[in-house]
Ligand binder design. Structure first.
Ligand code: VTB
Ligand code: MG
Ligand code: MG
Length: 333
């Protein structure tokens, strides 16, 4: 991919973040998501790519925009795109930290194409690359990671999504003696923090969204970290009732149509298959990875983390937007 595409992708997540931010603290996560999706789509369609959404906002019948298989861009090199226009719609609606607008892009065929379903994920930074194995118990992984990081298990920091499905796991990890940082939502930011030298976070483990997993995989690959995942059908994650089983079975069918297998171990190289990947993430609410949007009158300031896999370059871009002078397509939302 051409180097100047990276900045175009930063512009896309900035636009989505600004649109989502208008709904900050309004209790309406759907309105926030719709606004961000529409702007992300508009801006992607102004970008010089021949892009395909490979994982994102669900299937065509559920999400009118940015659905899996949707083509975006106004012509250019063929790229795969993974999106989450608002990674943290609830966080945005409720004014909680760490909501981001994110996307990952890679040359055609480089990002895992999968349904919007759940994914089990284990992520570490560069120092622990090569020692993780999701086929082994988490306790074995944590011991191997602590060993690679040259620290006792008692100093290992593991972040995990604070969802009821992880209650037992959190209890078990406390018993193992590791430090557990439980975050309410937003595993993309938590995953990337494992690769940030200034962060305390050593490991991210959770069952969360597959789009978030693929977006994270691109960033982790670019930063030299490691990650493994496993696609899980809904009824194996959210409780085996009739509705979840129906949805889960649909996901299994979609997986087989796409030529992938749920429950199968996915390595980092299966999710992000090339070094030529770009990650862009703009803060919406204030966060540990990037600052949230700040408003002063009509000026909105955004912070974007832009990571290019080819050379592993990480940029933090601060942009000031004059909200009275935005392009109409973007201003409406
Ligand atoms: C996951 C996680 C995300 O939402 O998708 C989670 O990957 C949803 O989990 O980072 P539940 O369906 O159990 O609520 C996020 O936390 C935010 O989008
Ligand atoms: Mg979303
Ligand atoms: Mg999300």
């Amino acid at each position: 991919m051409k180097g100047d595409l990276a900045i175009a992708f930063a512009r896309v997540t900035e636009g989505a973040a600004l649109a989502g931010h208008k709904w900050l603290g309004r209790g309406d996560k759907i309105a926030a998501d719709n606004a961000a999706v529409e702007v992300m789509r508009t801006l992607l369609n102004h970008t010089n790519i021949n892009g395909e959404i490979v994982i994102g906002e669900g299937e065509i019948d559920e999400a009118p925009m940015l659905y899996i298989g949707e083509h975006v861009g106004c012509g250019g090199c063929a790229v795969d795109i993974a999106v989450d226009p608002i990674e943290g719609t609830r966080m945005t609606a409720m004014g909680q930290n760490n909501a981001l607008a994110v996307l990952a892009a890679g040359e055609k065929g480089s990002l895992l194409k999968a349904p919007d379903m759940y994914m089990e994920k284990l992520v570490v930074g560069p120092q622990a690359k090569g020692v993780i194995d999701l086929d082994k118990p988490l306790a074995d992984n944590l011991a191997a990671i602590a060993n690679a990081l040259n620290k006792p298990l008692s100093e290992l920091v593991v972040t995990v999504l604070a969802k009821p499905r992880h209650d037992q796991l959190i209890t078990d990890m406390h018993a193992m003696g590791v430090r557990v940082f439980a975050f309410p939502d937003g595993d993309v930011a938590a995953s990337i923090l494992t690769c940030m030298p200034e962060s305390d976070v050593d490991v991210m483990y959770c069952i969360g969204g597959a789009p978030e997993g693929v977006v994270s995989a691109a960033a982790i690959r670019a930063l030299g970290g490691d990650m493994q995942g496993r696609l899980l059908p809904r009824h194996h994650v959210k409780g085996d009732n009739e509705e979840n089983r129906r949805l889960g079975e649909m996901e299994i069918r979609r997986c087989s149509e796409m030529g992938i297998e749920p429950h199968k171990l996915l390595r980092l190289e299966d999710m992000a298959r090339s070094n030529d990947v770009i990650f862009a993430g703009t803060g919406i609410t204030k966060g540990d990875l990037v600052a949230g949007i700040q408003r002063q009158g009509n000026i909105a300031t955004t912070e974007t983390l832009l990571i290019s896999g080819q050379c592993g370059t990480l940029r933090r871009i601060t942009s000031n937007y004059d909200l009275t002078r935005q392009n109409d397509a973007v201003k409406q939302h």
